[in-house]
Design a protein around this ligand. Structure first.
Ligand code: SF4
Ligand code: SF4
Length: 347
């Protein structure tokens, strides 16, 4: 990355090293002997390995370590606990790592939890940072790379500490709701709702939780600014939120809040959209067509304005040009005020 020293990536899938060679930097990091600053990026929820104390076994492991003189799989929870105190920053990626996600849903046989729960609220990295959370199931790729880039620049002393909210989410990415940036927002406002999947209108009545979910998928898309839930017809099921999945289930059914909000927008929307259709009718007419009161389209019949519509448009126009000159009209003469006259005298 420009401005940053070379970065070494140690990743179970992408690294070319394997076996002990791959695990060596992890062991050094756990002992605080790596000799350089490192950042831990953790994906997946952290299972409670204490649940295995009685019956043996483990939930998730990476490499091996010695237990009572025997080589045993090294639980990732233990690796994380040992590395975290020496890390310059700890970043949780995805809803499992941030809040626990699906493995931590009701039932939770593995005792799974997010990194913040696992390390505790008093955890701080060597740079004084609590856990940084980039949620999403799956997380949006650019959200991750952008945050990592900002954090690395901060750690290197060439950028400010990015702004995080009280849950450790990048504030510039997770403050607005899905609804505030949705391409279907206009339908919601006019009270027009999809009845089934594949319809183009607002999806709230078939299970969209967008009005209460903080996620930027509508602005950023899923990949290279393309796609994203609403853009491909899927209602928001709250996958970036700590309450996911339980608080958003059953999926694809009306959220209870809809009873108030969509009923209100149906009522106000009906009135507003009819006023807009009226303005739209005039927006669809040229000056000449208005003068002739006829639209010479060969494509189909266009209704002429009724007397009532003409009267209403007359008053609409009055309001529209109340403080400016209507195109084609004579410019208004400006009558100087007393203050203007005083000013001229003084000059
Ligand atoms: S589809 Fe969802 S996010 Fe979009 S306008 Fe409707 S309720 Fe809001
Ligand atoms: S819109 Fe909802 S379901 Fe889609 S990514 Fe965002 S939070 Fe997840």
């Amino acid at each position: 990355m420009p401005g940053l020293p070379r970065i070494n990536l140690h990743h179970p899938v992408l690294s070319v090293e394997a076996g002990d060679e791959f695990m060596e930097p992890f062991h050094l990091a756990m002992q605080g002997k790596l000799g350089k600053q490192f950042v831990v990026v953790y994906e997946g929820s952290i299972p409670d390995e204490r649940k295995n104390d009685e019956n043996g076994g483990y939930w998730v492991a990476l490499g091996k370590h010695e237990v009572d003189g025997e080589e045993q799989p090294f639980p990732t929870a233990d690796i994380m606990a040992l590395m975290a105190p020496y890390a310059a920053a700890v970043i949780a990626i995805g809803t499992c790592a941030t809040w626990g996600g699906i493995p931590a849903a009701a039932g939770n046989v593995t005792g799974s939890m997010g990194l913040m729960d696992f390390l505790g609220e008093n955890y701080r990295s060597t740079f004084g940072l609590p856990v940084i959370n980039i949620p999403g199931c799956a997380p949006q790729g650019d959200n991750f790379t952008e945050t990592v880039a900002a954090v690395l620049m901060f750690l290197q002393g060439i950028g400010p500490l990015p702004e995080f909210d009280s849950l450790g989410r990048p504030a510039w990415l997770f403050t607005d709701t899905v609804h505030q940036t949705c391409t279907r927002g206009g339908f919601y406002e006019e009270g027009i709702f999809a009845k089934s999947f594949g319809d183009k209108q607002c999806l709230v009545e078939i299970g969209c939780w967008g009005p209460v979910v903080q996620c930027n998928i509508n602005k950023r898309g899923a990949l290279n600014h393309v796609g994203g839930c609403m853009n491909v017809g899927a209602p928001c099921i709250g996958c970036t939120m700590p309450g996911f999945p339980d608080n958003f289930s059953p999926f694809y059914t009306k959220p209870p809040g809809t009873i108030v909000s969509s009923t209100t927008s149906k009522t106000t929307g009906y009135f507003i959209r009819n006023l807009r259709r009226f303005s739209m009718m005039y927006a669809n007419r040229s000056v000449i067509w208005n003068r002739n009161n006829h639209v010479p389209s060969g494509w189909g019949h266009v209704d002429e304005a009724t007397t009532l519509q003409k009267v209403a448009h007359y008053f609409y126009n009055k309001i529209q040009f109340m403080h400016s000159v209507r195109p084609g009209a004579k410019p208004r003469t400006h009558k100087p005020s007393k203050e203007d006259m005083e000013e001229v005298k003084q000059q």
